[in-house]
Design a protein around this ligand. Sequence first.
Ligand code: NAD
Length: 335
Amino acid sequence: MKIAFFSTRSYDKQFFNRMNPDYGHEITYLDASLSPLTASLARGHQAVCVFVNDRLDAETIEELSNVGVSAIALRCAGFNNVDLKAAAARGITVVRVPAYSPHAVAEHAVALILTLNRKTHKAYNRVRESNFALDGLVGFDLNQKVVGVIGMGKIGSVFANIMLGFGCSVLAYDPLQETHLEQDALGRKIQFVDLPTLYSKADIISLHCPLTEQTRHLIGEEAIMQMKPGVMIINTSRGLIIDTPAVIRGLKQGIVGSLGIDVYEQEDDLFFADHSADVLMDDDIARLLTFPNVLITGHQAFFTENALREIAHVTLQNLKDLETGKEAKNEVKIG
Ligand code: NAD
C-alpha cells in the first residue's frame, strides 16, 4: 500500500524502515504535520499514517477523501483527534495501535513521581558543579502512601501494580468498575472507590483515563478543592484532562504540592519539536516552568525501544490487513 507518513521524526523512519521489508508497503515520509493545508500531500497514496497531534477534523478528512485516501492509520492508541463520523461518512477506515507497551507509559509515570519526590534532576545538576549540599532535596517514603489511579485500563493497571510494589495502598476509580476491593496473590489490595473519596484520600493522583467529553478538564477547580493539601498530580494521559489555569492556582495555593506532566493541553504547537531559539508564546506553560515543584516532559512516556518496535509492527500489519481485505481487528469504530 502507498502510505503518506505525516509528522515524521528520525526515530519513526528508523523503526518503520527496519520493519517494512516484511510488509512491502511504499512509504513517503513527510516532515509536515497533517492539517487541511497539508492533506493534499497525500495525493496518490491510499493511506495516511499519523500521530497524536496531527489534525483529523472534518475539514482535513474531506481533503484526504478528495485526494483518494481510504485509510487513516494512527501510530498511537488515543484517537481523540479523529472525527470518526466524518471518516465514516467518507468511507475512510481508521485503524490504531490499541496497546503497544502499557509498561512504557506506566513506568514513565513512576519516573515522574520519583524525580519530583527525590529531586534527582536537581541533584544531578548540583553534583556536577561539586555542590554536595542536601538542602532543599528532602523527599518522602513512597511506602505507606495512598496512590489514586483514575482509569484502570491497561496502563492504569500496570501502574497500580508497580505502586503496590513500593508498599503504597492503591485507590482506583474507573466508571466501568463498581466500588469493590481487589486482592492479588500476595494479598496486596486495590480498593475501587468513587472520585470524591479518591480525591480526599490520595497523596498521589495519576491519570490514566482517555480524553472524552466526561474527562475533559476533569482535574479543574472543583476536583482540586477536594484534594489533600500537598497532593502530587501526575498526567501521562492527555493534556486536556487537566484545566491548566486551575492547576496553576492550586500550585500557588499549595493545595497541589507537585505536578508531573508528560502531556499538556496546548501541546500541539509545542511538543515534538525544538523551540529553544523561539520566544515562548504560551503563557500557561511559561508559568508552569517557573515552579520548582513542576516537572514537564514532552509526551515521551511511550518512547521506549519496545514500544516503537510494536507501534511500527502493528501499524504496518493494520495496513496490510486493509490491503488484503482481511478483517482489520484494530479498526476504530464510532460508539
Ligand atoms: P485503556 O482503554 O486500556 O484504559 C482506559 C481506562 O479508562 C478504561 O478502563 C476506561 O474504562 C477508563 N475510563 C474511561 N472513562 C473514564 C472516566 N471518565 N474516568 C475514569 N476512567 C475512565 O487505555 P490505556 O491503554 O490504559 O491508555 C490510557 C490513556 O493513556 C490513553 O487514552 C492515552 O490518552 C494515554 N496514553 C498516553 C501515552 C503517552 O505517551 N503519554 C501513550 C499511550 C497512551
